[in-house]
Design a protein around this ligand. Sequence first.
Ligand code: GLY
Ligand code: MN
Ligand code: MN
Length: 443
Amino acid sequence: MYADVTSGLGKVPAPVSHDEFRKRQADFCDSLGGKSIAIITNNPTSIRSRDTHYPYRFNSYLHYLTNWDEEKGVAVFYRRGNEWTCRLYVKPRDIAKEIWSGRVLGPEGALEGWPVDETDSRLNLETSMLELMDGADIVYHVTGLDEDVDKIVADFNGDLSDPRVYLDDMRVIKSDSEIELMRYSGELAALTHIEAMRRCKPGMGEWHLQAIIEGCFLYHQSEWAYTSIVGCGDNATILHYTDNKSIMNDGELVLIDAGCEISGYASDITRTFPVNGKFTEAQRAIYELVLKAQLAGIAACQSGSPWSDMHHATSRVLAQGLLDLGILTGTIDDALGDDWNGPYRQFFMHGTGHFLGLDVHDVGGGRQGDGVPERILEPGMVVTVEPGLYFGAWREDIDIDSKWKGIGVRIEDDILITESGPIVLTEKCPKNIQEIESLIGTI
Ligand code: GLY
Ligand code: MN
Ligand code: MN
């Protein structure tokens, strides 16, 4: 089944080259001040039950700079003479441990195949990092990920600084090879959403659609980029619903928000469709309104435009639509309110999108509500556009006609900003009503 679903999928694009990792390291080091060293650690493991762990996911900053994904890895950038050097500390080889937990490369294996200058065993971390810190005025480090490194850095007497300030600016603009990986990630996710539409029938469980989607990711040596949301009826009105345990009933809408990772790069797609293949009049009215808002949001994704333009574009369409449907009353200014926080926010309570990349909610400060300075969109940025409207029947705080109750709609695509306008990386996933209705329940 999975091979059929994705028969149109091209080959996985080439991985990011060693030259590109080296260029990133050079650009990063160029931005560091004074006599400094920078330490980039990996993510901790996370316990699921007693002595078993959640699948490991590397830290995106360490991956971005070194391509090193093994847990406990630490990269240190320091100046030797006038040259910046990247030293990678890794777990040492240990056959007794490897028999249980899998093979590790050790310092020699890491030096052979990774874009770094030097490697060392993590067992030497303390002595050798203390030596490097000795001559430094500034240490760039993010605490909270690697306890051992935090303890070593705690003894440093100079300035502590955050390396993410520089790395976020770099990561927010994607290179050609990153864009190709993201294009593929978007395409795989798009095809799996189509498969979910084709297999959807009343009486199935939300988890069945989740299984189809995530099985397809796995089949392609990919995995989910975030916990998949499959919510029907009122469940679709809960923004972070991940239970996925309800039966999908005739007459309900189902909202699927699911994306995958390819070489660490996320896609993030939401589609909403009727479980039985036919929108009711009320569902159709809300769906068409959200789609109109989403298209306006995408059109606002122009190089040179402030980040907030897309949110204002979607908000304006949604607020006007809510007035036209009689769900809100008054003028458009009343509905939008001060600071774009008026009554329409009862039904559209999240931002319009976020940056996308190695993290699904990627770095760069482009999430509404983050309280960081607004970005101007530039070619190479990838953002999501995902307006929605939610009318939970369970909501005691809203006063609406019963025909709207239980409707939740979100539509989300991944958009590449270019000089010549927005490119929808997830365009293979249909979203107009006719196309969607013709797919649902056809196998
Ligand atoms: N899937 C998470 C989001 O859309 O932001
Ligand atoms: Mn999103
Ligand atoms: Mn999403």
